[in-house]
Ligand binder design. Structure first.
Ligand code: 13P
Ligand code: SF4
Length: 302
């Protein structure tokens, strides 16, 4: 392990590379990252990085987002087959259909989506900024893609808007049941329940706090409570325990694990740096089209 870490440091210096990682990747990958955060942090930070190479430890849509925001940099995705199923759960045809039905519609695209979907949208959002951004849009009609659960969570807080829902979902969060939360609460009655908004409405309804991965970490760190039931992908436990050694964190039901995030390893990071591939390569016109809604998100969120 130590040797692998040293090799990564050596390669980073030789290639002028930085390593960015999402909280859902394996603990040892989080530990070697220069920048670690949620999807919003990674997108925002990608615009500020001064390096020739970005190694994106996450799934394809994160690599594409980093590339769209840094067309002149080399973006490496150590696990080329790490793809998010939800990123494909909407279609450009459906966007066109909704646009033809509602003249003033804003197509709001969760960043957990392909570059093609982003390019066909008006603005991107992440779970950390979706409420703020949708609220700020002048449009009454909102077509929110691809995640139905994040859409419902935002829609419930903005009754003045009319939402058109899409049927996408994240299999890691969508499969959590209210019964699992009830059982976890019965086992730990003093624990606060922290839920990601990709969970179903009947699960978020049982939460003490709802937020993005960074939001969950911030809430638990600042809270006076000592016990928490964490209802999101288990990778966040690493940062939660690191920042809060005196607090206890429990899971609800089965461990929620994203198999695609776990495909990133120290070995494929070394391979990626040595060979400078797999590289995220995108069509120039597609990058250009996806850039606008991404930048609009960053501007509206700041
Ligand atoms: P956030 O990073 O916005 O919390 O999103 C979670 C997620 O599912 C990323 O794949
Ligand atoms: Fe996609 Fe869910 Fe995995 Fe995030 S956790 S990459 S939304 S499948």
């Amino acid at each position: 392990m130590e040797q692998k870490k040293l090799r990564i440091e050596e390669l980073k210096a030789a290639k002028n590379a930085v390593i960015m990682a999402h909280y859902y990747v394996e603990d040892e990958v989080q530990d070697i990252a220069d920048y670690i955060g949620d999807s919003y942090y990674l997108s925002d930070m990608a615009t500020k990085i001064d390096a020739d190479v970005i190694v994106l430890c996450g799934v394809m849509f994160m690599g594409e987002s980093a590339k769209v925001l840094n067309p002149d940099k080399k973006v490496l995705l150590p696990a080329a087959d790490a793809d998010c199923p939800m990123a494909h759960m909407a279609t450009v045809e459906k966007i066109r259909e909704v646009r033809s039905q509602y003249e003033d519609v804003a197509v709001v695209c969760y960043v957990n989506s392909t570059a093609e979907l982003k390019a066909a949208s008006d603005v991107c959002v992440t779970s950390a900024n979706a409420l703020k951004i949708v609220k700020a849009l002048p449009n009454k009609n909102i077509f929110f893609i691809p995640d139905q659960n994040l859409a419902h969570y935002i829609a419930d807080q903005l009754p003045e808007k009319h939402f058109i829902f899409n049927d996408g979902y994240c299999h890691v969060h969508h499969t959590v049941t209210p019964e699992q939360i009830t059982a976890a609460k019965q086992a730990r009655p003093d624990a606060l329940v922290l839920v990601h908004p990709e969970c179903k409405p009947e699960v978020t309804a049982m939460a003490d706090y709802i937020g993005s991965t960074s939001g969950i970490i911030k809430f638990a760190t600042e809270s006076d409570a000592k016990q928490f039931i964490v209802v999101t992908e288990m990778g966040v436990l690493h940062e939660l325990k690191k920042r809060n050694p005196d607090k206890a964190f429990y899971v609800a039901g089965n461990m929620q694990v994203c198999p695609n995030m776990k495909k990133v390893t120290l070995d494929n990071i070394i391979d990626a740096l040595e060979q400078e591939k797999p590289e995220v390569v995108m069509d120039a016109a597609l990058m250009d089209a996806a850039h606008k809604p991404m930048i609009r998100m960053l501007e509206l969120a700041r």
